[in-house]
Design a protein around this ligand. Structure first.
Ligand code: PXP
Length: 247
């Protein structure tokens, strides 16, 4: 599995001190380059409507600087769609967004927004940008995603992560992920996963056949405070891709 490192929370720390200024540390681009040097195969950043962490200038700077693929997470809203079309990341991941939430709480309701998502998917693909939809591991949402014509889905692993210490619920959530991944692949979709993955639970993802990429942010940035980002990324890659390895 490939690792996409989500560097949003590097910008969260910067904004805590330098909000409104065009400078400041830590630098998300430096974190992205260090992640790549440690083996990350993609960099993910979420340009939120409220700009609480990543700013517009970060997205352009990341696109100009990184050597791997930029995955721009975004809501399907006109302002951000126009920015994405200017930045031209390798891929966009469309996510639901609510101002009050601390992080992306649920998956997209693709069933209810097929028309709008299909239009955005077409515009992105016409600009050479692949499209992923961030969804809960529900068969209806997977089937609707296939109808939208996106290239990828990203399965929301949050419910699995939250249930990790309760074996019965964890196993139920894990089966949901396996079922959704299998259905998606049978419909020709490529499958990524992410949200809430960490050094304890990530090894379970090895048992879901066919996952292309995991997008992981909070746990890597947190560990980077103690061991540095390169080591944090290398440790995660090891747990993702070494059979039988767990922390
Ligand atoms: N994937 C998506 C679509 C997300 O919205 C997020 C959170 O920004 C992540 C992955 C990463 O989640 P975490 O920070 O919990 O690793």
């Amino acid at each position: 599995m490939k690792l996409g490192v989500n560097i949003d929370h590097v910008a969260t720390v910067r904004e805590a001190r330098y909000r409104g200024l065009l400078k400041g540390e830590p630098d998300p681009v430096a974190a992205a380059l260090a992640s790549e040097a440690a083996g990350a195969e993609g960099i993910t950043a979420h340009l939120r409507e409220d700009r609480r962490h990543i700013q517009d200038r970060d997205v352009f700077a990341l696109k100009a600087s990184i050597r791997t693929r930029l995955n721009l997470e975004m809501a399907d809203i006109p302002e951000i769609v126009e920015i994405a079309l200017k930045v031209r990341p390798g891929i966009v991941c469309l996510v639901p967004e609510r101002r009050q939430e601390i992080t992306t709480e649920g998956g997209l309701d693709v069933c209810a927004h097929i028309k709008g998502l299909s239009e955005t998917r077409c515009r992105m693909n016409d600009a050479g940008i692949e499209v992923s939809l961030f969804i809960a591991p529900d068969p209806d949402q997977v089937e609707a995603s296939a109808r939208v014509g996106c290239q990828f889905i990203e399965l929301h692993t949050g419910a699995f992560a939250e249930a990790f210490d309760e074996p019965a619920e964890r196993d139920r959530q894990f089966q949901r992920l396996c079922g959704a991944a299998g259905l998606a692949r049978s419909l020709g979709l490529q499958v990524n996963a992410g949200h809430g993955l960490n050094y304890e639970n990530v090894h379970w993802m090895q048992r879901i056949p066919g996952i292309v990429e995991l997008n992981i942010g909070h746990s890597i940035v947190s560990r980077a405070l103690s061991v540095g980002i390169e080591r944090a990324v290398r440790d995660m890659l090891h747990l993702m891709n070494t059979p039988g390895s767990f922390q």
